[in-house]
Design a protein around this ligand. Structure first.
Ligand code: IPE
Ligand code: IPE
Ligand code: MG
Length: 273
């Protein structure tokens, strides 16, 4: 046991040392998926997977801070998750409240700002109250931002923004020609938060399940078969290492930030022309 722990620690340190400190994503979004399957595989009720999922999230927040990532946005409950059995939905709502009550002072001590993104109106008053208190308590914290997407859906977010813009336009506050990406962005629930550079999805599903549809336009996507309750520091660092190997072209061509590439690119152009 001891041996395997120290082996894991060594693996973590090695991986962490291999990371390019200049290219740590500032904002990482995570679809924390696979809690139910993890529990079922162990012959346990799905709720055990959700409980274990919370401790994994705590660990990932810790590591994110350690490597100087600035923002983590996690998908905790989608607009479609209401279609689950009532018992599971109730369990999740209680879990959110219980965890928030237990963890909020620690998050605050660590100078973490917590934001909730989504339509909170259907949740019980007790949960809404603790959410409100947590956001207020931590709003000046500068060290790290944790965005928790609760009753969140990308399509609903886009529709809401569109309605707000339509109202402003029909009342003459803005002209249709004023509507651009910047204005649209400012009406989204994520207003003020820069787009994630990296999206991680656990449990092997190759879809985004209505998560951050607008914001993920150019995010790098990393999918692992590991179920969220089994997700570890090593897995997280592997995702970041993989991200660092990507060439982010944004529709352009090979990155021109690399000086030697720039030189060879332009000299080859002049030779051919
Ligand atoms: C993700 O795990 C947590 C939530 C959606 C709340 P799941 O509950 O979706 O677990 P699987 O995908 O069924 O295994
Ligand atoms: C996405 O997972 C939502 C969360 C992780 C909160 P789901 O389990 O709901 O997604 P699908 O149903 O597999 O697409
Ligand atoms: Mg799932």
């Amino acid at each position: 046991m001891r041996l395997s722990n120290s082996k894991t620690e060594k693996e973590n340190t090695n991986l962490a040392n291999e990371l390019d400190k200049e290219r740590i994503p500032e904002h990482i979004a995570i679809i924390m998926d696979g809690n139910g399957r993890w529990a079922i595989k162990k012959g346990l009720p799905r709720s055990f997977g959700h409980n274990k999922g919370v401790s994994v999230l705590k660990e990932i927040i810790k590591i994110s801070k350690k490597i100087h990532c600035k923002v983590l946005t996690v998908y905790a409950f989608s607009t479609e998750n209401w279609s689950r059995p009532e018992k599971e939905v109730d369990f999740l709502i209680n879990l959110f409240e219980k965890v928030l009550k237990k963890e909020i002072s620690k998050l605050h001590q660590e100078s973490i700002r917590i934001n909730f993104i989504g339509d909170l109106s259907p949740f019980p008053e007790s949960l809404k109250l603790i959410i409100n208190n947590s956001e207020n308590l931590t709003k000046e914290n500068k060290n790290f931002i944790l965005n928790v997407c609760l009753n969140y859906g990308g399509r609903q977010e886009i529709l809401k923004a569109t309605k707000k813009i339509a109202i402003k336009s029909s009342s003459g506050k803005i002209k249709p020609s004023d509507i651009d990406e910047k204005l649209f962005n400012s009406e989204l629930l994520t207003n003020g938060i820069k787009d994630p550079e990296l999206l991680i999805r656990t449990s092997g599903e190759k879809r985004i399940s209505n998560f951050l549809l607008w914001q993920l336009a150019y995010s790098e996507i990393y999918i692992t078969d590991v179920l969220w309750p089994d997700f570890t520091e090593v897995e997280f660092l592997k995702a970041i290492k993989d991200y660092q190997s990507r060439n982010r072209r944004f529709g352009g061509i090979e990155s021109l930030s690399n000086e030697s590439f720039k030189d060879s690119y332009f000299s080859s152009l002049s030779k051919n022309d």
